[in-house]
Design a protein around this ligand. Structure first.
Ligand code: PGA
Length: 270
């Protein structure tokens, strides 16, 4: 099984995750990964861990390419069932994702909270389902516009984090990746300013410290997500408590994604 992420040394490497959402078929995935592998030279991977999250139908293709062809990016899933197995039509379990060697799985994305009515209890169950199979969840938290306008965003996000980690032990919590994604910045082109993102990411880390102590808080990777592109990734990952980014729209184009990863690694691509 994949070794858990989240050790202290991992924070020295940026984590860049491309969430394709419901885009790109199995056949598209093959072309995409070849393009990304050609576009991002091996030396960048010293400074950046690159992850793609294809739809379920394309994970097997990604596995074959990454594990057999020696590609340096890795892959994960966009969702996991809270259940172990059984009569849950359309659901995909943690065991199934672990067998495909998924490196991460997204839990609590605002699109699932909104369109699939996933509340904090479901998010917590999914976090624990992923951890039970050794897959670090990328746990998304974030506020809507009304919460931001009411200046309650810090309390909102830290409460979501606390609820999602209920009954998660410190050893497992250290492997979790937290993604701060303000809902008003997702797919809107309106990005949170680097200092606005840093403020929330720092508060999330403080909450982790209160829940689990400083060693865990210092080990957990905290990402920002919401309209991240190659134009703004540099200033976002320069912030002290931001260890990388979760990227939707800009991850669909392998050239743009390679460019963005290179900048996150501290370099550039022509
Ligand atoms: P976006 O999506 O980059 O298209 O804003 C981010 C996300 O939903 O993770």
């Amino acid at each position: 099984m994949t070794p858990p992420a989240g050790t202290a040394t991992n924070r020295s490497r940026r984590l860049i995750v491309g969430n394709w959402k419901m885009n790109l078929t199995h056949a598209d995935t093959v072309g995409y990964l070849q393009k990304l592998a050609r576009g991002l030279p091996a030396r960048y991977y010293h400074n950046v861990e690159v992850v793609v999250l294809p739809p379920f139908t394309a994970i097997r293709s990604a596995q074959t390419m990454v594990l057999s062809d020696g590609f340096m990016m890795t892959y994960g899933a966009q969702d996991v069932s809270q259940h172990e197995s059984g009569a849950y039509t359309g659901e995909v379990s943690g065991a199934m994702l672990a067998e495909l060697r998924c490196r991460y799985v997204v839990v609590g994305h605002s699109e699932r909270r909104q369109h699939h009515h996933e509340d904090d209890t479901v998010v917590n169950a999914k976090v624990r389902a992923a951890l039970a199979h050794g897959i670090p969840p990328i746990l998304c938290v974030g506020e809507g516009l009304e919460v931001r306008d009411a200046d309650s965003h810090i309390g909102h996000c830290t409460a979501q984090l606390t609820a999602a980690l209920e009954k998660v032990i410190p050893e497992e919590a250290a492997t979790v990746v937290v993604a701060y994604e303000p809902v008003w910045a997702i797919g809107t082109g309106r990005v949170a300013g680097p200092s606005e993102a840093q403020e929330v990411c720092a508060a999330l880390r403080t909450t982790l410290g209160e829940l689990y102590g400083q060693t865990v808080a210092g080990a957990v990777r905290v990402l920002y997500g919401g309209s991240v592109k190659s134009d703004n990734i540099g200033e976002i990952v320069a912030e002290r408590d931001i260890d990388g980014a979760l990227i939707g729209g800009a991850s669909i184009d392998p050239d743009e994604f390679a460019k963005l990863c290179a900048i996150a690694a501290g370099g550039s691509l022509r």
